[in-house]
Design a protein around this ligand. Sequence first.
Ligand SMILES: NC(=O)c1ccc[n+]([C@@H]2O[C@H](COP(=O)([O-])OP(=O)(O)OC[C@H]3O[C@@H](n4cnc5c(N)ncnc54)[C@H](O)[C@@H]3O)[C@@H](O)[C@H]2O)c1
Ligand SMILES: CC(C)[C@H](C(=O)O)[C@@H](O)C(=O)O
Ligand SMILES: [Mg+2]
Length: 370
Amino acid sequence: MKKKVAVLPGDGIGQEVMNGALDVLKAVGDWFGHEFEVVQGDIGGVAIDLHGNPLPSETLELCKKSDAVLLGAVGGPKWKDVPVHLRPEKGLLEIRKELGLFANLRPVSTFESLLSASPLKRNVVEDVDFVLVRELTGGLYFGKPSERRGKNKEVAVDTLQYERSEIERVVHKAFQLASKRRKKLTSVDKANVLETSRMWREIVDEVSGSYPDIEVEHLLVDVAAMKLVYQPKQFDVIVTENMFGDILSDEASMLTGSLGMLPSASLREDGFGLYEPVHGSAPDIAGQDKANPLAMILSVAMMLRHSFGLKEEAEMIELAVQEVLNAGYRTGDLWNLGNGPVVGTKAMSQFVVERLEADHALSSILSAYL
Ligand SMILES: NC(=O)c1ccc[n+]([C@@H]2O[C@H](COP(=O)([O-])OP(=O)(O)OC[C@H]3O[C@@H](n4cnc5c(N)ncnc54)[C@H](O)[C@@H]3O)[C@@H](O)[C@H]2O)c1
Ligand SMILES: CC(C)[C@H](C(=O)O)[C@@H](O)C(=O)O
Ligand SMILES: [Mg+2]
């Protein structure tokens, strides 16, 4: 298979975690005979510095001409005083919108060997396995007007708006996903207060008519936040609007032990996708070889599965990550209760590549004898 991948490392730890992910992609490509052409582009703060724009047109064109996009992270204190419409984060919002990536899948599965890294009790976090589907191109992030008003600009306005079609398409996506899983959908809203949430809830009920075998549950976002840490095992697929999904996914990351463990896929109908970790540019540890690269590496696995249909290759990466964790290796974010050595970003990525190599060699030997 031959594919072109646009690679946008971005800011802070973005470049560091991307390096490891690209090593993993290359290793998988070499062993399975795929040619992944990697073309780098600028986004976020680095693009502001180089082009005066957080999403230069060259970057967007590169993504449009590619088969998938890998993105590290954007933002950092260096750009804190840049006007809001030119901030690094604006480049991220724009690329999602321009590419039409309305469905953001954030899988949350706990790893047996990391259960003690979670601040929650073992019996709460073991066997947790759900996908949070976050609406990604609408809602408060994109509502107009969004502005400061008044003579002294002491009134600020952000608008929360959703169109029926925007809700329908992401809700369908979530039902389809639930159909392939444990057949339970939890829709999260704030229908006791917000008009957009009332419409969201109505649409979920309507769409559920097309998926009679899926159990549907509605939760208000405040109680959903509580249940995520109290009984996370009850969830299979969660669907929610943009802002709620942003907040709940960072909360959910701690079930796994770290924000550095959660990958994500931002998809549109035709299978095109942008893959990025849930975490940000982590300015507090940037440039120190301390970042956990596993969320970025697991995002590569999501790309292989969702955009390229390479299920076996994706599973090999996920298995290698699990084996490295089973062997006791931990980056600093996961070390709180670990008993193995603390390793840096580069070493952790290299361990995954080595595990992949060993697993590949073993499966080649086995297939020669079977
Ligand atoms: N997708 C993105 O590009 C994205 C996502 C979230 C935040 N951001 C941006 O990142 C910047 C920093 O935001 P923040 O500090 O609030 O959130 P953050 O996610 O960057 O970091 C939060 C905390 O988690 C830790 N952390 C995050 N990822 C880690 C990893 N891979 N390994 C180890 N530790 C990790 C950080 O060290 C920090 O203590 C902001 O400009 C924000 O807007 C970007
Ligand atoms: C950086 C920010 C705009 C972004 C978001 O809120 O979507 C991030 O927090 C995320 O979760 O991808
Ligand atoms: Mg976020």
